[in-house]
Design a binder for this molecule. Sequence first.
Ligand SMILES: Nc1nc2c(ncn2[C@@H]2O[C@H](COP(=O)(O)OP(=O)(O)O)[C@@H](O)[C@H]2O)c(=O)[nH]1
Ligand SMILES: [Mg+2]
Length: 287
Amino acid sequence: MAVQWYPGHMKKANDEIREALKKVDVVIEVLDARIPVSSSNPMLKKLRGAKPCVKVLNKKDLADPEVTCRWIEAMEQEENVRAVAIEALKKKEVVRVKQLAMGLAPNNLKRGVRALVVGIPNVGKSTFINTLAGRKVAKTGDEPAVTKHQQQVRIDGGPKGFDIADTPGVLWPNLADHRGGIRLGATGAVRDTALDYLEVAPLAVVDLLTHYRELLVTRYKLKVVPEVGLELLAEIGKKRGCLRKGGIVDLHKAAEIVCKEIKAGDLGRISLDWPEDYPEEESPSTI
Ligand SMILES: Nc1nc2c(ncn2[C@@H]2O[C@H](COP(=O)(O)OP(=O)(O)O)[C@@H](O)[C@H]2O)c(=O)[nH]1
Ligand SMILES: [Mg+2]
C-alpha cells in the first residue's frame, strides 16, 4: 500500500478527529460512490456519535446510478443522516452538500455553521473543498494522503455563514476487510505502484461478473466466460494479446490492464459495494 497505517498513526488520527469533532456542528463524510462501505473508515461512526452527518457519495459519474440511489435510501434510514451523490467538480452539486449540512445543524447558533470534512485518502475531499470555496485552498491529486495538515476554510461569513475544516491526520480504510481491500485497489484508492495487480484483478473480475456480466463481456469481447477469477483473467489476456513466448497468457499484464480500465471507468459506470451485501448489523463501519 502507498500509505502505511500503523497503530500509532491510527490512534493519533483518532484523537485528532475526536478533538476536531468537538468544535463542529456537522460532519461531512466523503465516500467513493462505487464503494461506499469499503471506502469508509471503520472507527468514524463511533467517533461521530450522535453528531449530524451528510454522507457524500462522490465520483457518482463513475458509479452505477441505480445502486447509488439505493445506497442513499439505505443511509438515510439513520437518524440525523442525509446522503447525496455528487461530482466534486460540479459547483451546484457541492452547494447541495452545504445546504444539507446547514439543514442538519442546530438552528439556534449565533455564529455560522461549522462542518468537518472527513474521509479516507483519495475520495475527493480536497476537490470538494476547492469547488465549494471557489478557489484552490486544498491540494488535490491522484495520490492518496495529499492532505497532511488541517485547513480551515471560510465559505460564507456571518451568522448565516459556513466554515469547513479538512480532516486532520489521515483516516484509514477498513484494513481488516479483504473484500473491501480488493475493491479499494480496483477503484484506484490505493496507488498503482504499490498495488499487486495479480491479487486484485482475479477477485475484481469475479465481482464484476456477479453484477456487470454484460459490461465485462462487451468490453473484452468474451466468447467464453469462466467463473473462476484466474481463468477469466486468462481469457481477457488472450483477447488483449497479452501472450508470452509459446502462447502462454501473461497474467500480470492482463491484471494490469483490467485494474487500469476499471479505475478509469472504461467498462462503464460500476458499483462494487451493493447495499444487499451489507446487512446493517454486519456493516464494517459499525465495528
Ligand atoms: N471522476 C471523478 N474524479 C474525482 C471526483 N472528485 C475527485 N476526483 C479525483 O479523485 C482524485 C483524488 O481527489 P482529492 O480531492 O485529492 O482526494 P482527497 O485525498 O480525498 O483529498 C483526484 O484525481 C480527483 O481529480 C469526481 O467527482 N469524479
Ligand atoms: Mg486531500
